[in-house]
Design a protein around this ligand. Structure first.
Ligand SMILES: Cc1cc2nc3c(=O)[nH]c(=O)nc-3n(C[C@H](O)[C@H](O)[C@H](O)COP(=O)(O)OP(=O)(O)OC[C@H]3O[C@@H](n4cnc5c(N)ncnc54)[C@H](O)[C@@H]3O)c2cc1C
Length: 409
C-alpha cells in the first residue's frame, strides 16, 4: 500500500516474536505470517487462519481482513486475535481486546491503519493438522464448479476450499495449484477436455481435508468421484501442513516467471446465489484471459458471512458469498493500460454491486470520496466519530483516511 503525499512506515523493523506458548503467540505487528507460522509449527501448533501468501504482515492483514481457505467456516485473522497494542493519532499506546477498550479494538480491525498503528498482536494457537489431503479438479463450466463449491461450503464437508480460473491450456489443467508441480492426469482425458470445453477458460478447484488435526474428524474425506468436474481431471495427494502453508500463490509465481508488473486488481464479494452465478457466467463469457487479465490468475474462495465479526468489515447481505479476485496484470505496463484496466474494474464492480456484492479492498480502488462513502454506507458517521476520537489531527491518511478527514459530515 502506498499513500499520496504522506508517509509510509516500513513496519518490517518491528518483526520480533516476543513470546510463544502452546495457546498463543505475541508478536510485533511488522512480523510476517511466515514468522508466526514457523514459531507455531515448531511446537506442533498453528494460527487458526493462514493467508495464501505468508510474507504479508500481521498488522497489514489485521488492518485489511486476512482471509484463508478455511475462512468460509472459521472467519478471518481479524476474528482470531486475542489482543492488540495500538499507537493512536493522539499518541496514546493502548492495549485493546474484545473485553478492554473494545471501541478501539473494533475500530482498527479492517480499517487500513486509519485510526492507529497496530504495533503488537496476541494471536491464538491451536493444534496443527499432521498433514492435509488435497483434491484438485478441473472444470469446463463455472456453473459446475460453483455447484461443487457451494455444496461443500454449506455442508462444511471440506476443511479448506479455493479455486481459480485460468487460460484453457494443458499447463493450467495439469499443474498443481500454488505450485509448479504437475499431476499425473490421463493425457487423453486432458486432450479431450481441451477439445471439448467451450470458451477460453478452465476452472480449477482445490478441496482440502485436515488429517489428524483438531477439526478434521468432523466430516468424511472429500470423495473425488463425486465431483462434477471434467472426466478424469481430478487427482488427490497429501502434504505436511507447513509445506502446504508455504506454497506460493499464483500472483507471486507469475511474477517469478514473468517479472514484476503493475496489477490493477479487482477484489469483490459476490453473493452465492442465482444472480451471483449469472453475473459470473456473463463476465467469463466477456473477459479474455490474455487480453483482459494479462494472463494473471482469477481467484475464488467461499465465505459464510456470519463467521466474520469485525464490525466495520463490509460484506454482502447474503448467507454465503465468495471472494472473486481479478488479479490483472498490466501488459504493457503503461499508465494508459493501467487506467483502462482500472476503468473496466469499476464497470465490473458496478455489476457486482447490482448483484448485491461488496468490495474487498487490498485491490485498486478509485480515489474518491463517493466510492468510500458508498462502501461504508450507514456506518460512515461512526468512522468520522472514531477519527475525532483517535486521530483528530488527521495524522493517518492512508486509504479512505484522507476522505474521512476531508469530509465534514
Ligand atoms: C501475494 C499476495 C497474496 C495475498 N493473499 C491474501 C490472502 O490470502 N488473504 C487475504 O485476506 N489477503 C491477501 N492479500 C492481501 C493482503 O491481506 C493485504 O494486501 C494486506 O494489507 C497485506 O499486508 P501488508 O503487510 O503487505 O500491508 P500493507 O500493504 O503494507 O498495508 C496494507 C494496509 O494496512 C495498513 N497497515 C499495514 N500495517 C499496519 C499496522 N501495523 N497498523 C495499522 N495499519 C497497518 C496500511 O496503512 C495499509 O492501508 C494478499 C496480498 C498479496 C500481495
Amino acid at each position: 500500500m502506498q499513500v499520496r503525499g504522506g508517509l509510509v512506515l516500513d513496519m518490517k523493523s518491528m518483526n520480533r516474536v516476543l513470546a510463544v506458548t502452546d495457546d498463543h503467540i505475541e508478536v510485533e505487528a511488522g512480523a510476517g505470517w511466515d514468522v508466526v507460522l514457523m514459531a507455531a509449527t515448531e511446537r506442533g501448533r498453528t494460527p487458526p487462519i493462514v493467508t495464501d501468501w505468508l510474507k504479508v504482515s500481521v498488522g497489514g492483514t489485521l488492518s485489511m481482513g486476512g482471509f484463508g481457505f478455511m475462512s468460509f467456516w472459521r472467519g478471518t485473522q481479524m476474528d482470531h486475535v486475542l489482543e492488540l497494542e495500538v499507537v493512536t493519532g493522539t499518541g496514546e499506546v493502548i492495549r485493546c481486546s474484545s473485553h478492554h477498550h473494545q471501541d478501539l479494538f473494533d475500530a482498527v480491525r479492517g480499517t487500513h491503519g486509519t485510526f492507529g498503528i497496530i504495533t503488537r498482536a496476541w494471536i491464538p494457537l491451536e493444534a496443527a493438522p499432521n498433514k492435509v489431503r488435497l483434491v484438485q479438479a478441473s472444470y469446463g463450466s463455472i456453473r459446475a464448479m460453483m455447484s461443487d463449491i457451494e455444496n461443500h461450503t454449506r455442508a462444511r464437508s471440506a476443511d479448506l476450499i479455493h479455486a481459480f480460473a485460468a487460460r484453457k491450456t494443458r499447463q493450467s489443467i495439469v499443474t498443481k495449484m500454488n505450485s509448479t508441480e504437475t499431476m499425473p492426469l490421463d493425457e487423453e482425458k486432458v486432450d479431450k477436455a481441451l477439445l471439448e470445453v467451450p470458451g477460453q477458460w478452465v476452472y480449477n478447484l482445490e478441496l482440502v481435508d485436515f488429517i489428524g488435526g483438531p477439526h478434521g474428524e468432523t466430516h468424511e474425506l472429500v470423495d473425488p468421484a463425486k465431483l462434477n468436474c471434467e472426466e478424469g481431471l481430478v487427482h488427490a495427494w497429501e502434504m505436511d501442513w507447513t509445506s502446504f502453508c508455504f506454497r506460493v500463490p499464483p500472483l507471486v509465481l507469475e511474477e517469478q516467471f514473468r517479472g514484476a508488473a503493475p496489477h490493477p486488481e479487482l477484489c469483490a464479494w459476490v453473493p452465492m446465489d442465482a444472480e451471483g452465478l449469472s453475473l459470473l457466467e456473463a463476465e467469463f463469457d466477456r473477459l479474455r484471459p490474455v487480453e483482459d487479465i494479462g494472463d494473471g490468475p482469477v481467484l475464488f474462495f467461499p465465505l459464510k458471512t456470519d463467521v466474520v465479526s469485525a464490525p466495520w468489515f463490509r460484506l454482502p447481505r447474503a448467507e454465503c458469498c465468495f471472494f472473486w479476485g481479478l488479479l490483472r496484470r498490466a501488459d504493457p505496463a503503461t499508465p494508459e493500460r493501467i487506467s483502462e484496466l482500472m476503468a473496466d474494474n469499476e464497470a465490473v464492480f458496478d455489476r457486482v454491486l447490482r448483484a448485491g456484492g461488496e468490495r474487498y479492498l487490498p485491490d485498486t480502488p478509485p480515489e474518491d470520496l463517493a466510492f468510500w462513502k458508498r462502501h461504508f454506507g450507514p456506518i460512515w458517521p461512526q468512522l468520522v466519530q472514531a477519527r475525532n476520537r483517535w486521530d483528530p489531527d488527521g495524522l493517518f491518511q492512508s486509504s479512505f483516511g484522507v476522505f474521512l478527514h476531508s469530509d465534514s459530515t
